[in-house]
Ligand binder design. Structure first.
Ligand SMILES: Nc1ncnc2c1ncn2[C@@H]1O[C@H](COP(=O)(O)OP(=O)(O)OP(=O)(O)O)[C@@H](O)[C@H]1O
Length: 986
């Protein structure tokens, strides 16, 4: 979209600047502006910024490889190594002593001995297990058997219990008999069966232990369940034995039994199985995501600190496109990293990986990395420097590493449930919802919480678990895709309270969306270093634009309205400064009452800087305060102010190069910064082709080129890549790329390279040969040239150049001048400079600013005539001269004539001074030193110049004058005169 109603790109012969630039510059070839919809333009910009990120990643490939491959490899390697080391050393299961007692019984009475003999016989007949019934009662609590023992009598129930506790691996089963003989009724035989879970558990985890399916041990099936196989068969055998014992005596008896586990000893492996270690080391698995987050934060903050991001936005890149490119790049990195982690997990055969569906794992790791990077992006909106981003990132990594084991290790369920009382019930005993809900936890916007939760739910499914009630170690059932929605909570008590695992993925998504919105928001409302930011309700702008669009009947109506707004008279706040120059007053009237569309119009543009500037939160508070309170607080907050620009009124037309001059600190850069939108005016406004810098900056930037005072270049991009980048931002990518391809083909086919518009521009500033040099390796002057030429990409209607030629040598400066002189055709260029020669050579009009005020304005001739001293005559005296009586001043009685044939230096000075004064009485002696006399001749004395010249030629012939010259007052003298006069006034 063009800012101007009519815009042409026809080239005309450039006007010749007063200094003669080289004539060998190539002709300019401008890229034609493409008409594309705003959507396609945004997509093209997105592609260009993604390409930029890709180039930077390739340039910093070591950092990319570190994040994507090395850190995941290191982490998985460490976890794997620790698991191995832990299992082979401390964590190895204790070897099971081969010697064990299969069955102990108590008390050893003749009756129980008899019963156990029957038991042995029956058991052998059925299972072929020849268990010997020991005759000796085992009475030593500390002794362990040297060989396997079959059926061992023990003194008492208490002894059996204590022995099992002291030697958990030694006894498999036990039975304790009690016989009661009531006064009436049958005898009561009761036996207590003990089974040893600890023993079963340790046997099942001992690598060397050979399971015997025949004996009922099959770890992979349910037959290793003591309830299912051993205990019932033992009860059956005992009942048989008891019945056999009772039958010969035809006794009446009641048989009863009970079942009980021996005291459960904790697993001998303690917390050292592979899977337990995996759970404990979970925080290490978040390390790759943390590293990626910190790297992304540093990259984005570096672009902010170096102002490259600002530069791209000045050239028309919107924050949404910029951030979308960052998000897309982060997603690609997350995909790569998750794939590497999952691949390594499979490669190392880690049980949690091989027992979990790969898609679930992949999504979980990818979303973790992506979520953490999104969180990092949000944090960068609060950082201006890479140092603070590093600090924030580091703090976040520490927080994650510390909280991860707590969150994954089950404590997150504690977080989820009520902290103090667990489940809450009301007085009627009904369960109340937990006080601290997971939804609330989600509000922390910390994606690693969802990772911890999902990981915590996956681990019991994908790793071996120990039933802490029974000590039984269970094989993993595996976490499948359907487990995401059909998950049985462990412990079951949480079944109705905890969400299904799929919700972690949903929360990841919600968090990521919220983080993206917050990043966009804070990126715009947190003030930059100039204090510029958008209002906290800026998102209503689009709404109000839409209303305006409907209200004024479409884009043409809006354009008319804009024009009317721009032309509205902006009254003075107070009296204009005293002693204002008449041209400045006229310019102000023109600017304030302007009725036509002009290129740039500033109306009372003012910028105040405050010493004690309020920060973001203060600004927020002030914006929310009511008016009265707000004004008072603002006044207090802004006690000390510095008016950098004070009611500036200017108009520049299309086709005009307007040069702004001023001392350091005069307010030139501030004026430019307000025009290109990195700092807000304190009052007044400015319009570029009727678009207000306060409300239409996006429109303005789409057709504006900016070369800021300090180079904002990517050190790692070449000149050529810079040109392509900004061509893309200005929506010229296809042509640029096409021509790049053509160029490559031309080189390949040894055809003379086709001139492209990029080439012509780089050649114009003598950078073609260095096009593949990275900006970081260019000299200061070369960087300036590159910055200048970048600002011209897209043929903007308004070009702002803030001291573009600073640091350039005279030859290259002239190349730039030539280019600018040609380029200004059809557009308006605003230029600030400290080079009077440059302003003189290029400026159609020149303005001089002093302490924020406009001091003088006009074309250079007018300024020289108005403020200069007319002409300047410099006369260098000869060393000596013969006296012939033909003295210049026709004064034979000259007091200094001492009668010798030579005149002294002083005599000569006096003689020439007198002669000049005689011819031009209005002349003023400006300087007399070192044998050089300088006269100022006012413009009105121009008629005497011929006589003066004749006199000087004559004296030169006589040898009294060695050399002389006449020059018009320079712009520099005008500048100095104005500065001095304003200093005198102060
Ligand atoms: N971010 C800022 N915060 C506070 N004061 C500032 C800021 N930027 C500029 N100023 C002040 O505003 C005044 C004008 O500065 P500005 O940079 O516009 O001058 P300039 O004419 O461009 O000078 P130079 O020729 O040295 O670039 C100076 O007094 C400066 O101290």
């Amino acid at each position: 979209m063009s800012l101007k109603s009519q815009h042409t790109h026809h080239l005309q012969d450039p006007p010749q600047p007063s200094s003669s630039p080289p004539t060998s510059s190539p002709p300019l070839v401008y890229a034609s502006s493409r008409q594309s919809t705003i959507i396609t333009k945004r997509f093209r910009q997105l592609g260009v910024i993604c390409r930029l990120n890709a180039i930077l990643m390739v340039r910093f490939w070591k950092a990319a490889v570190l994040q994507a491959i090395f850190v995941p490899l290191l982490v998985i390697g460490i976890v794997f190594g620790i698991q191995k080391a832990s299992v082979s050393n401390n964590g190895a299961p204790e070897p099971l002593s081969n010697a064990c007692m299969t069955l102990v019984y108590a008390p050893p009475t003749p009756e129980t001995n008899q019963i156990m003999n029957y038991f042995q016989t029956k058991n052998q007949a059925r299972t072929n297990a020849a268990l010997q019934v020991e005759s000796q009662v085992w009475e030593d609590l500390n002794e362990v058997p040297k060989d396997n023992m079959g059926i061992v009598p023990m003194p008492s129930d208490q002894f059996v219990y204590d022995y099992a506790l002291a030697h958990p691996d030694t006894i498999q089963l036990g039975v304790v008999f009690t016989k009661q003989t009531p006064a009436s009724g049958p005898i009561q035989w009761h036996y207590q069966v003990y089974y040893n879970i600890s023993h079963a558990t340790n046997m099942s985890t001992t690598p060397d232990f050979k399971y015997s399916k025949a004996a009922g041990y099959d770890r992979r099936s349910s037959t290793d369940d003591p309830y299912g196989v051993q205990v019932p068969s033992m009860i059956r055998a005992l009942d048989e034995a008891l019945l056999t014992f009772l039958d010969p005596q035809h006794q009446q008896a009641d048989l009863d039994y009970s079942l009980r586990s021996f005291p459960t000893a904790s697993s001998k492996n303690g917390y050292s199985s592979q899977d337990d270690i995996m759970a404990v080391l979970t925080n290490l698995l978040t390390l790759p995501a943390c590293i990626t987050m910190v790297m992304a934060m540093l990259r984005v903050t570096k672009e902010k600190e170096s102002k490259c991001k600002e530069a791209m936005q000045m050239m028309g890149l919107t924050p949404l496109v910029y951030w979308s490119a960052q998000w897309l790049t982060a997603w690609i990195m997350a995909i790569v990293q998750a794939s590497v982690i999952v691949g390594l997990g499979y490669a190392f055969r880690m049980s949690v990986f091989i027992n979990t569906n790969w898609l679930v794992l992949w999504l979980m790791f990818a979303l973790l990395t992506y979520g953490m990077t999104m969180l990092g992006f949000l944090l960068t909106t609060f950082c201006q420097k890479t140092g603070s981003a590093l600090g924030f990132g580091f703090a976040m990594v520490v927080a994650v590493l510390i909280s991860m084991p707590i969150l994954t290790g089950g404590s997150w369920t504690q977080l989820y449930l009520d902290m103090e009382t667990g489940y809450r019930v009301n007085s009627a005993g009904e369960q109340l919802p937990p006080r601290l809900s997971y939804n609330w936890v989600m509000a922390f916007l910390l994606p690693f919480i969802h990772f911890a939760r999902l990981w915590g739910q996956i681990l019991p499914y994908a790793t071996e678990t120990i039933d802490w009630n029974t000590g039984v170690r269970k094989s993993p059932v595996g976490f499948t895709l359907s487990s995401l929605t059909n998950y049985k909570q462990i412990p079951e008590i949480l079944q109705d309270v905890l969400p299904q695992p799929i919700s972690a993925l949903t929360y990841y998504g919600v968090d990521i969306l919220l983080l993206a919105l917050l990043t966009l928001y804070f990126d715009q409302v947190i003030p930059n270093e100039h204090g510029h930011s958008r209002g906290i309700f800026f998102f209503f702008e689009s709404f109000s634009n839409a209303v305006r669009f409907i209200w004024y009947g479409g884009s043409s109506g809006v354009a008319r309205q804009r024009s009317a707004e721009a032309q509205r008279i902006i009254p003075y706040e107070d009296q204009p400064p005293a002693n204002e120059d008449s041209d400045v007053i006229a310019e102000r009237e023109r600017a304030v009452h302007c009725q036509n569309q002009v290129a740039v119009r500033t109306a009372n543009l003012t910028k105040k800087y405050y010493k004690n500037k309020p920060g973001f939160f203060r600004n927020l508070y002030l914006s929310l305060c009511c008016c009265w309170c707000c004004c008072r607080t603002r006044r207090r907050a802004h006690k000390t102010e510095n008016k950098a620009v004070d009611r500036l009124n200017l108009i520049t037309e299309p086709n005009e190069l307007f040069a702004l001059l001023g001392q350091n600190g005069a307010g030139k850069s501030t004026t430019m910064q307000m025009l290109y939108g990195v700092t807000d005016p304190s009052s007044g406004s400015a319009f570029l082709f009727n678009r207000s810098i306060r409300t239409d900056m996006n429109d303005i930037r789409a057709n504006m080129g900016v070369c800021p005072q300090h180079d904002v270049l990517f050190n790692d991009l070449t000149c050529w890549e810079h040109m392509l980048l900004y061509a893309g931002i200005k929506d010229l990518p296809s042509e640029a790329l096409l021509e790049t391809i053509n160029e490559r083909e031309a080189i390949k086919e040894n055809i003379r390279e086709r001139p492209t518009w990029i080439r012509s521009r780089l050649e114009a500033v003598q950078l073609w040969k260095d096009r593949h040099t990275r900006a970081g390796r260019l000299s200061g002057g070369m960087k300036r040239r590159l910055s200048t030429i970048i600002s011209t990409i897209g043929d903007p209607d308004v070009l702002i150049l803030d001291e573009p030629t600073t640091g350039m040598d005279p030859v290259h400066r002239r190349h730039v001048w030539t280019f600018l002189a040609q380029f200004k055709r059809g557009r308006c260029i605003l230029l600030t400079t400290h080079s009077m020669e440059e302003a003189d050579a290029l400026g159609d009009r020149v303005a001089i600013m002093v302490a924020g005020h406009l001091k003088a304005i006009g074309n250079t001739t007018r300024l020289k005539n108005k403020f200069g001293n007319g002409y300047r005559v410099e006369i260098a005296l000869g060393n000596s001269a013969s006296t012939t009586g033909d003295q210049v001043g026709h004064d034979p009685q000259h007091p200094n004539n001492n009668g010798n044939n030579t005149l002294s230096q002083k005599d000569l000075e006096q003689e020439i001074t007198a002669a000049t004064r005689a011819i031009v009485p209005e002349s003023t002696l400006l300087d007399l030193s070192g044998g050089v006399i300088v006269f100022g001749i006012p413009m009105q004395a121009i008629g005497h110049m011929a006589d003066l010249t004749a006199m000087l030629e004559k004296t030169q012939a006589q040898g009294k004058v060695k050399n002389w010259g006449i020059a018009q007052t320079s712009l520099e003298e005008v500048f100095l005169t104005l500065i001095r006069s304003s200093e005198d006034r102060h």
